[in-house]
Design a protein around this ligand. Structure first.
Ligand SMILES: C[S@@+](CC[C@H](N)C(=O)[O-])C[C@H]1O[C@@H](n2cnc3c(N)ncnc32)[C@H](O)[C@@H]1O
Length: 194
């Protein structure tokens, strides 16, 4: 997953914006819901927040308070430094967070938990609970024809092909799994706070 996302960094936001290889995707209501998601995140109380696997900072920039973005990919972080200029960004491993216990009030993570296989999921959750008291997770809602767990065949603009593990959720099942509550659920995105 690390190598794939590092290579994908310059074209990553195309997915959020429906551009590039995603220009032809039929995603009714996607743009409106992406804007709603930004409002939900901006409305979270401003706290010391760690955005784990922040990527290009596409969502990081909406978080208020003292925000640190962490990612494994230096190419992602280079983009995050510009896009989420208010946040401090650091390179690190989400499964072994380089912070003291209780260093944050909130751990936020978007489109990272859904890529973790069993074992790494537990490692991440243990790390998130060690460094922060609250966990907020953003993930995809399961569409009717979606398998809940799958290995996606992914293509990048340079023609390279990758296989990526991905889970999608009903919403309530993610809340149950994390022992939390749904903060937002639309047609595309779910936000759970635990
Ligand atoms: C699907 S992207 C999500 C990016 C961003 N959170 C968003 O929602 O736009 C997954 C991110 O996880 C990062 N990543 C993958 N494995 C990681 C790890 N072990 N530690 C930290 N970051 C990791 C990748 O570099 C990538 O930026």
């Amino acid at each position: 997953m690390k190598a794939y996302y590092d290579r994908r960094a310059p074209e990553y936001d195309d997915w959020w914006l429906g551009e590039g290889l995603f220009a032809d995707r039929d995603r009714p209501g996607w743009d409106e819901e992406r804007s709603q998601l930004a409002v939900v995140l901006a409305d979270l109380p401003p706290l010391r927040t760690l955005d784990v696997a922040c990527g290009t900072g596409f969502l990081t920039r909406h978080l208020r308070g003292e925000v640190v973005g962490l990612d494994a990919s230096e190419r992602m972080l280079e983009l995050a430094r510009a896009q989420a200029a208010g946040a401090t960004v650091v390179q690190g491993d989400a499964l072994s967070l380089p912070f003291d216990a209780g260093a944050f009030d909130r751990v936020f993570t978007s489109y990272f938990y859904c890529h973790l296989e069993e074992g790494n999921r537990e490692r991440f959750l243990a790390e998130a609970r060690r460094v922060g008291s609250e966990l907020v997770v953003v993930a995809s809602i399961r569409r009717e024809d979606d398998l809940p767990v799958r290995w996606d065949d992914r293509l990048l603009k340079d023609g390279s092909r990758w296989t990526v593990y991905k889970r999608v959720f009903e919403g309530a099942d993610l809340a149950h799994e994390l022992g939390g509550e749904i903060l937002f659920k639309g047609r595309w995105f779910v936000v759970v706070r635990a």
